[in-house]
Ligand binder design. Structure first.
Ligand SMILES: [Zn+2]
Length: 261
């Protein structure tokens, strides 16, 4: 409305769970919560909520807020602190790369990872892997194969490789019978997976929209031209907050946001 407000985000879309916990705080700061023509999406929940927000509203900046009911926040990352920082334009912006997977005329994109699983859970997938059109693995038998981004490497990639990486793309193989290690490749590289015995099922992040790939089908996984713009990602991924989510691993007491006054 009034340009002289100088408010960067006047109209925001709010999505996720337990929205009543944050709605009053957003409204109290003079923002409007709307369902169209918004210039920011506030994703209240966990990592999955951010992925869902990015999938539904690509191209719109996101502010992920951890749901304090399931993930207590550290003092620095209470709702009030984060929302105040947003309005003061003090939240850092992170531009995250995204992945795309192409199968014939179908395309899907992801922020974290894209994996090809076996459609038939009871039997293994048999596949070949090419990196930049060069045969990398001739025939692998396993549960799944896929690629993760740097941001996504803390999710499924870590659970199957027990490793992380800081640059490039991670190529991982889940439960393969051959001796094959995960590897980190250049972020301009293209991974091609040819299904020998499937069918395969492509899953991008936590999307319910999957792509079925028949035997001899080939999928390409590579960096997408799209990017995601996230505000306050460091806070969202904050190690102190994370410790609070895993209290059994709590090495020392950290004051949580809901306790401070
Ligand atoms: Zn924190």
């Amino acid at each position: 409305m009034k340009e002289e407000d100088g408010m960067k985000f006047k109209r925001v879309k709010l999505m996720g769970k337990n929205l009543d916990d944050v709605r009053p705080k957003i409204l109290a700061r003079g923002m409007e919560i709307v369902d169209e023509k918004f210039d920011l999406v506030i994703a209240h929940g966990g990592d999955g909520t951010l992925l869902w927000a990015e999938r539904d509203f690509p191209g719109v900046p996101k502010l992920p807020l951890r749901d304090a009911r399931t993930a207590p926040q550290c003092v620095e990352h209470s709702y009030d602190r984060v929302l105040d920082a947003l309005l003061a334009d003090k939240l850092e912006e992170t531009i995250l790369p995204k992945l795309e997977c192409i199968y014939q005329d179908k395309r899907t994109i992801a922020l974290n990872d894209i994996f090809v699983h076996n459609l038939e859970r009871a039997s293994a997938l048999r596949y070949k892997v090419f990196i930049d059109n060069e045969l990398y693995a001739n025939e692998i038998v396993g549960d799944s194969v896929g690629v993760a981004t740097v941001h996504g490497c803390t999710a499924y990639y870590r659970s199957i490789t027990h490793s992380l990486f800081r640059v490039g793309l991670g190529l991982a193989f889940s439960n393969s019978t051959e001796e094959i290690n995960h590897l980190v490749i250049d972020d301009k590289s293209e991974v091609k997976i040819r299904i020998i015995r499937g069918p395969g099922l492509v899953i991008a992040d936590n999307s319910p929209q999957t792509i079925e790939v028949p035997n001899q089908g080939e999928v390409i996984i590579r960096m997408a031209p799209e990017r995601a713009l996230i505000y306050g990602l460091k806070g969202f991924m904050c190690p102190a907050c994370r410790v609070l989510r895993h209290p059994n691993k709590l090495p020392f007491k950290i004051m949580i946001a809901t306790e401070q006054k």
